[in-house]
Write a protein that binds this ligand. Structure first.
Ligand code: GAR
Length: 196
């Protein structure tokens, strides 16, 4: 059984996709042991609680320094003792100690085809704004293993999505989620859960 800890910051549609895939049997041998958000108001926490999953908010606002927040975040993860950490829309730079501790066992979903439109400053809607500004005709999503850099780790899965002429950042974000993110993130977890 693969015990996963899912880290979220916002709406939690990728978390929902993971929970749905576990329920429908698309993901097997996997249990979500904890959901952690840096944002107390994240709807993702409600989604977890609705399924009876342990959901915890660790907000930087409650700590006097970044170091204290980082320590609390790592302690919260360690308490859940996961085999895999899934960053599902977690818009926080991971504490370096967490990457060292769980190296190779952290995955992230990014809403573009890495190495395009990734790295510092490229998150959430900003990615899709940049895609439209540049005028590329194909975008997509990537699941990768997290290393010390920002969106630099080994790529596990990618899926391309067409950019349409009338797209706004929001319509493009929605299509990338529906046609790529909600598919490849559960697929990556299923691959890892059944790879040994
Ligand atoms: C998703 O589009 C995810 O790819 C993105 O944040 C959104 C979270 O949505 N992540 C990043 O930009 C990471 N750099 P959700 O809360 O509805 O799953």
């Amino acid at each position: 059984m693969l015990n996963i800890c899912v880290c979220v910051s916002g709406g939690g549609t990728n978390l929902q996709a993971i929970m749905d895939a576990i329920e429908s049997g698309k993901i097997t041998n996997t249990r979500i042991v904890r959901v952690i958000s840096n944002n107390k108001g994240a709807y993702a926490l409600e989604r977890a609680k609705n399924k009876g999953i342990d959901a915890v908010a660790i907000s930087p606002k409650d700590y006097e320094s970044r170091e204290a927040f980082n320590d609390a975040l790592l302690a919260c993860v360690e308490e859940a003792a996961p085999d895999l950490i899934v960053l599902a829309g977690f818009l926080v730079v991971l504490p370096p100690a967490m990457v060292q501790r769980y190296g190779g066992h952290i995955i992230n979903i990014h809403p573009s085809l890495i190495p395009s439109f990734c790295g510092k400053g490229f998150y959430g809607l900003r990615v899709h704004e940049a895609v439209l500004e540049r005028g590329v005709k194909v975008t997509g999503a990537t699941v990768h293993i997290v290393d010390e850099g920002t969106d630099t780790g080994p790529i596990l899965l990618q899926k391309a999505v067409e950019v349409l002429p009338d797209d706004t950042p929001k319509t493009l974000q929605q299509r990338v989620m529906e046609q790529a993110e909600w598919i490849i993130l559960p697929q990556a977890i299923q691959m890892i859960a059944n790879s040994h």
